[in-house]
Design a protein around this ligand. Structure first.
Ligand code: NCD
Length: 364
């Protein structure tokens, strides 16, 4: 069953098809108003969300379908101790497609292995958020007119900001992308994204701490909030929370063609005075998110009519290594196999298939 767990599950051609469908939906919404009649979307939100959940719900309603679900873990059986796999199997009896947000990294992947309907990852802990990336890609495509030959600055909490991890993975598929990583030392991009995405795709990147220094060369500035809920230490959050504030003054340093994106919600990292600048694209981005989710639902439901057997992951170790990331779904899910995939045989580097945590084993 085809699901969307990681943005790299889709090829560049498929991403382009989704963007083309989304543009057609935005131009001719009436053509799609009955496309999902009698179909149900289940939204399983074990973590708070406004935009993502409501845009999924609006997307399904505008396709003529209906929506069931919950918006907090406390109102689901997870509060009674139900596993993600059991929830996924049970929801498969009631809905045609599900979107899941979960605080544990890898939870939607676990759901996709148990479910008999397509599963969409609507954000898993600090790991990834592929449908936000669909919104981001369509926004860059529409606003900048291209998805290659771009200098993209990612600013803020690059450590816990899952939207940045997924966006960088997606941009790794396009030509001549330069990534400028702007963050405090403590909130730098995780090493697995640097090694597995930036280095493996031969992408040019630079790490900086000053937004003012970075801004003049950017085509896209992707602002993010400092992710309070993912910090282990409240003091550290307090110390870092005001690291970056994009003001109208700083916008004067940027190109006329630069676009400001933000997955939202904003806390204080973009001054409201920037909102009236035509380069501020974040509310248009939120609208693009709905169109891309409509295109995604259509695609996955279409493919579900003729499910292909999924190949078992190759080069894996099953229950030989234990993932010690406390935020990984394998730390809580009952009887879940610990599976590690070899990503660098010469150096003996393995990564957990749920959360991508690294393990090194002696070679030879
Ligand atoms: C993002 C998320 O949930 O990761 N929000 C969203 O989905 N639009 C970004 C954030 O919460 O900061």
């Amino acid at each position: 069953m085809r699901s969307l767990i990681d943005i790299v599950d889709f090829s560049v051609e498929e991403l382009q098809q989704l963007m083309d469908t989304a543009c057609d939906i935005s131009a001719h919404p009436e053509k799609y108003q009955d496309a999902c009649r009698h179909k149900k979307l289940a939204t399983l939100f074990f973590e708070p969300s406004t935009r993502t959940r409501l845009s999924f719900e609006a997307a399904m309603l505008e396709l003529g379908g209906s929506v069931i679900g919950f918006s907090e873990a406390g109102s689901s059986s997870a509060a009674k101790g139900e596993s993600v796999s059991d929830t996924a199997m049970m929801i498969s009896c009631y809905a045609d497609i599900m979107a899941m947000r979960h605080p544990k990294e890898g939870a939607p992947y676990v759901a996709s292995r148990a479910a008999t309907i397509p599963v969409i990852n609507a954000g898993d802990g600090g790991h990834c958020h592929p449908t936000q990336t669909l919104a981001d890609l369509l926004t860059i495509y529409r606003e900048n007119g291209r998805l290659d030959n771009l200098t993209v600055g990612c600013c803020g909490d690059l450590k816990y900001g899952r939207t940045v991890h997924s966006l960088i993975s997606a941009l790794g598929r396009y030509k001549n992308i330069k990534i400028v990583l702007i963050s405090p030392e403590e909130l730098r991009l995780p090493k697995y994204v640097k090694y597995e995405v930036l280095d493996k795709n031969g992408m040019e990147y630079v790490e900086m701490t000053s937004l003012e220094e970075a801004i003049p060369e950017l085509d896209v500035l992707y602002m993010t909030r400092i992710q309070r809920e993912r910090f282990d230490s409240f003091d550290e959050y307090e110390r870092l929370k005001d690291s970056y504030i994009l003001t109208a003054e700083k916008m004067k340093l940027a190109k006329e063609t630069m676009r400001v994106l933000h997955p939202l919600p904003r806390v204080n990292e973009i001054s409201v005075k920037v909102d009236s600048d035509p380069r501020a694209a974040y509310f248009r981005q939120a609208l693009n998110g709905k169109f891309m989710r409509m295109a995604l639902i259509l695609k996955l439901l279409e493919e579900a009519k003729d499910p292909q057997k999924e190949a078992a992951p190759a080069n894996v170790l099953v229950n030989e290594l234990i993932c010690d990331n406390p935020k990984c779904i394998s730390s809580t899910e009952q009887e879940l196999d610990h599976i590690f995939k070899c990503v660098s045989p010469e150096n003996g580097i393995y990564r957990c298939i749920y959360c991508e945590a690294k393990k090194k084993v002696p070679v030879g």
